[in-house]
Design a protein around this ligand. Structure first.
Ligand SMILES: [Zn+2]
Length: 199
């Protein structure tokens, strides 16, 4: 059942969030407006501010509130290595390992033909452009070892085969179906250190 008026609109918006079904959206909408009015207004304010402040870094496409993200702006990082990740969150996870000092590139998704996510829906054109304009020696595919991650790794492997950089992927320390977000820092460090060439 849908609420009417602005409460219905709120329910509709909440339902579009990942992992939120119709019932949860209804419960949340009611909870926020009926019993958590102050929280609801704070939430609305911080959403508006965060959306206004944050945008994709023009180079690596990670979310940043600066003209260029800290990793692209840092002159001391290794320009010859480019780590390709799914999302901004993965950048922070890899940074926490302390084992990587190269640059990043955020794909913004993984290939998933069944869900209608093809090469044009993720940032592949931007990645190719970046690789053509920079002297990158190694592209590290740090993607989740899921069905979507594997198809993306396969696709990128053949797409980049003609280009100069060596293409590597994280070692199999992360179990298939795993998520690098839920992997311990030690496992992620090892997966990074024992990365191997996919060619
Ligand atoms: Zn950047």
């Amino acid at each position: 059942m849908l609420f009417h008026g602005s409460l219905g609109e709120l329910q509709k918006h909440l339902k579009q969030l990942p992992g939120i079904g119709a019932k949860t959206a209804q419960r949340l909408a009611l909870h926020l407006v009926a019993s958590e009015r102050e929280l609801a207004l704070g939430l609305a304010d911080s959403l508006r501010l965060a959306v206004a402040d944050y945008h994709a870094c023009p180079r690596c496409l990670m979310l940043t509130d600066a003209p260029m993200c800290a990793f692209c702006a840092d002159e001391n990082r290794d320009d010859t290595r480019l780590c390709v990740v799914e999302s901004t969150l993965d950048v922070y996870l890899l940074e926490q390992t302390g084992e990587y000092h190269g640059r990043y590139f955020v794909l913004g998704g993984l290939l998933s033909p069944l869900d209608g996510v093809g090469p044009d829906e993720i940032h592949l054109p931007e990645l190719l452009e970046l690789l053509r304009s920079r002297q990158v020696e190694e592209v590290i595919l740090a993607l989740n070892p899921s069905t979507e991650g594997e198809s993306t790794i396969d696709y990128l492997g053949s797409l980049l085969a003609e280009l100069p950089p060596t293409v590597t992927r994280l070692s199999t320390g992360i179990p298939f179906g795993g998520d690098i977000g839920y992997t311990s820092q030690v496992t992620l460090s090892n997966a990074l250190l024992r990365r191997f060439s996919i060619e």
